[in-house]
Every structure is written in C-alpha cells, then in structure tokens.
Design a protein around this ligand. Sequence first.
Ligand code: BEZ
Length: 211
Amino acid sequence: MALQLGDVAPDFTAPTTEGEISFHSWLGDSWGILFSHPKDFTPVCTTELGEVARLKPEFDKRNTKVIGLSVDSVEDHKRWADDIADTQGHALNFPLIGDPQRKVAKLYDMIHPNASDTLTVRSVFIIGPDKKIKLIITYPASVGRNFAEILRALDALQLTAQYPVSTPVNWKEGDEVIVSPALSDEEAKEKFPKGFRTLRPYLRLTPQPNK
Ligand code: BEZ
C-alpha cells in the first residue's frame, strides 16, 4: 500500500554525494524533507536543485534537513553538481541520494508506472522529528515545484505541531491562525492570551501565538 500521512517514513541506507547514510540516524531529532528528481542532467531538476541550495539557510533555521534523490549514480550526481553550480549560481549544499537500483524510489512509491516505468515523479515527503510523514506532495516530471510553498507548508506544520491551531487558506508566517474547534472558549482564552475573534463558533481566529 502507498505511504500515507502518519506512517513512519521507511528507513534505508543509501549512497549519497556526502557519503553513505542511514536515513533515520541521519535525520536525528530534526525535521526532514526527502524529495525526488526524475533524472540527472535534466533541465527542470537542475533549476529545482539550485533553488533548494539557495534556500538551504531557511531550512536550517527551521531545524530541517533536506535530501534529494535521483535514480542515477552518485558519480553522475557529482558531475551534474558542476552544471547546477554553473547555471543556477548555487552549489549543492545537501546530500543527493544515488539510487540506480530504485531501492529508495520503490520504498517511497516514487515510481508511478503510468507516468514512467523508470523515472521517479517529483515527490516531496516532509517528515517530523518523530519520523512520521507529515506531508506528501506529488508533481509530474514536467512541472517544477515551488519550494517557497514547501517552506510555507513546513512553517504551518511546525506551528500546528506546537499549538492547538490550524492555518487558513493561503496562510503565511505572521497571519492569524484558526483556534482548534476542540477548545472551548474558556480554554481558548487561557491558551491564547492575545484573544481571538469569533466569526462562527467553529471559526475563531487568533494572532499567530509564537509571534
Ligand atoms: C526535467 O527535469 O526537465 C525532466 C526530467 C525528466 C523528464 C522530463 C523533464
């Protein structure tokens, strides 16, 4: 069965551009983002990897380790890394898994045979410090991902893991958040000293609590 939210992210050992890793121990107590690329030396993937390298300090700030995967060898990845640095202006600064046998790709259902028998789709798995999968996104090979959206979703996941809130449509860091409907008004007053406004009994908004 395909991996689902709340499942433990499968552990594996694999070669990477930064040496062999054992996934769970590499994650340690951090959050993690594992994302796949269909193939080395391809245009969309080249732009995506440059962008993740550019955003790496943002992931670091959020105690989140990023790791890519492409179903080619580490030797190919290392040659491709020169092109990424040259064309995108940002050199790879996180590990890229070599997976020519598709071992990790299969473990994470990254190959969708009706899209391609051999290449992975563009999968994203956000994994919490408890090693459980918190978010899954799948894009086709032809559409590059928006890593600003992945950062935004990571912010929302980290906030909602810490407070009894959820985030409304198009929420971004600093916006109001939704008070959990499981809290009574009395409990909400205690938890959110800045107060909240009630649009409906089930829709109460409060300033972002950690700001
Ligand atoms: C790309 O990254 O541009 C790409 C990779 C595989 C298939 C199609 C596009």
